[in-house]
Every structure is written in structure tokens, then in C-alpha cells.
Design a protein. Structure first.
Length: 72
């Protein structure tokens, strides 16, 4: 299934093989990311952290922009 989706997206099968070669490392990275997410007090996607500002949900993008000091 993954190879079929990658093929439709124009991603060569050799790149899929490289990306999935070490499943244990991928799972460890996912677990580390999950732990950081929970430690920050958020659980959903998308989640954002900018300095001490932490939030989740795309409806919070205006708050993320403000936390980053970007104009509206």
C-alpha cells in the first residue's frame, strides 16, 4: 500500500526503502515526539511551541504568529 501511494506521489521506491529501512528507529523517534507533545501539555495535531507559548489546533495560528512576533 505504501509503495503504491509513494508511486502515485512520484516518490521512487528506493527512497521509500531507505525511509523504512529502520522501523525501530522510526518508532523510537515517534515515541520521543509523543513524549515531548504530552510533556508540553498538548495532545492534538497540529501542535505548536514557540518559546513558552504552546498550543494545538489550526484555529490557533493567529496566536502562533503573535507568539513569533509576526504581523497579522
Amino acid at each position: 500500500m505504501m509503495l503504491a501511494v509513494a508511486k502515485r506521489a512520484g516518490i521512487p521506491s528506493r527512497l521509500v526503502a531507505l525511509a523504512t529501512a529502520d522501523i525501530a528507529a522510526g518508532r523510537a523517534l515517534a515515541e520521543a515526539n509523543r513524549k515531548q507533545l504530552f510533556d508540553a501539555g498538548v495532545w492534538g495535531l497540529p501542535s505548536f511551541r514557540a518559546g513558552s507559548f504552546v498550543s494545538w489546533g489550526q484555529d490557533r495560528l493567529v496566536l502562533v504568529r503573535a507568539a513569533l512576533g509576526l504581523p497579522d
